[in-house]
Design a binder for this molecule. Structure first.
Ligand SMILES: Nc1ncnc2c1ncn2[C@@H]1O[C@H](COP(=O)(O)OP(=O)(O)OP(=O)(O)O)[C@@H](O)[C@H]1O
Ligand SMILES: [Mg+2]
Length: 322
């Protein structure tokens, strides 16, 4: 649904996000995973029209959504679809909750605006949503302000608000990173349940492979603004093919087996201006060769798995190398 999306900020030499394709089916969760700074949030924000139009330029890209294709270089997703057909939740709930308004009023106002229903119906919908996201004593909560809730409760309210207008696509940007692990698991489960019930497609952004393993149907691994590997989650976890994905998997601590030192990928994500032509991972890659100065086209493996590496599938090259 997202095709060939690129994004450049004014004054920067290279695109922060380059030629990104993403597909998410109805009723499925696509996780975008990648290191800090690789361009996950700016991609989501561009889709929601949240980037400042004076500095962010979209030289290429289109998005097909609900059977319609929108050219992102010009008009983007129409504003009346954002927040209703396509909703977003953020890492920090206070970015979308207004501290000065009661929770019930905030949800009801959004429902009234997008669905054009009466205030009473909108308020009933707000209550129904607070119940659905499992907020304790929802009737009383309607009249509370965001600061009267805990972080986990605020995150539930934000989910209630995002889902109140029955979106077909939900974008969740690190929705659980700010929460402790038990609440994190509850919120992930909530999103997964609601998403299955409603059949909406979901793009979940995370830097945590544990979250990916927990919720994803498909995964897109992002490095330096490019998708380097994508496919069904079991396929990518069992048979990672891009050297970056392999490094990312190896850096997850395990409790089984002998306690080894944590593996890290040497180096850091290059800044946008320092981004190499060709494969952007090549400055950190153990397999880098002169060939990598040209951009690798995705190699399609079996079962919907694709890898943007000249050396994919890796086994083949490792076998040749000896
Ligand atoms: N308004 C802006 N102007 C210029 N550069 C920006 C702007 N917003 C973000 N960037 C740059 O775009 C790059 C991608 O940022 P982004 O926030 O998408 O990273 P991320 O993958 O979401 O990281 P994290 O995991 O830390 O949230 C970064 O190098 C960032 O500095
Ligand atoms: Mg981010």
């Amino acid at each position: 649904m997202l095709r060939n999306f690129s994004l450049r900020f004014r004054g920067q030499g290279a695109c922060v996000v380059e030629n990104v394709d993403l597909d998410v089916a109805a009723g499925e969760i696509l996780c975008i995973v990648g290191e800090s700074g690789c361009g996950k949030s700016v991609t989501a924000m561009a889709l929601m029209g949240l980037l400042p139009s004076d500095t962010a330029r979209i030289p290429d890209g289109s998005m097909t959504f609900d059977g319609r294709t929108f050219d992102l270089t010009t008009e983007g997703i129409p504003s009346d679809m954002r927040g209703s057909d396509m909703a977003m939740i953020f890492q920090e709930p206070m970015t979308s909750l207004n501290p000065a308004f009661r929770i019930g009023d905030q949800i009801a106002e959004s429902v009234e605006r997008h669905k054009g229903c009466s205030r009473a119906d909108a308020r009933a919908r707000a209550l129904e949503m607070l119940r659905r996201v499992g907020l304790p004593s929802p009737e009383q909560r309607l009249d509370q302000y965001p600061h009267q809730l805990s972080g986990g409760q605020r995150q539930r309210v934000m989910i209630a608000m995002a889902l109140a207008n029955d979106p077909r696509l939900l974008i969740a940007d690190e929705p659980t990173t700010a929460l402790d692990v038990t609440i994190q698991a509850q919120i992930l489960e909530l999103i997964r349940d609601l998403q299955r019930d409603t059949g909406m497609g979901t793009i979940m952004i995370t830097h945590d492979l544990g979250v990916v393993a927990e919720v994803a149907d498909t995964v897109a691994v992002m490095y330096g603004g490019q998708i380097v590997e994508t496919g069904p989650v079991a396929e990518v976890f069992e048979n990672p093919q891009h050297p970056y994905t392999i490094g990312l998997m190896a850096s997850v601590p395990r409790l089984t087996g002998p306690r080894a030192r944590l593996t890290t990928i040497p180096g850091t994500v290059p800044t946008t201006d320092a981004m190499a032509e060709g494969c952007r991972f090549r400055t950190r890659c153990a397999f880098a060769a002169p060939l990598c100065a040209t951009r690798p086209a995705p190699t399609r493996l079996t079962g919907g798995h694709a890898v943007a590496c000249h050396f994919a599938p890796l086994e083949q090259h490792l076998a040749v190398a000896g």
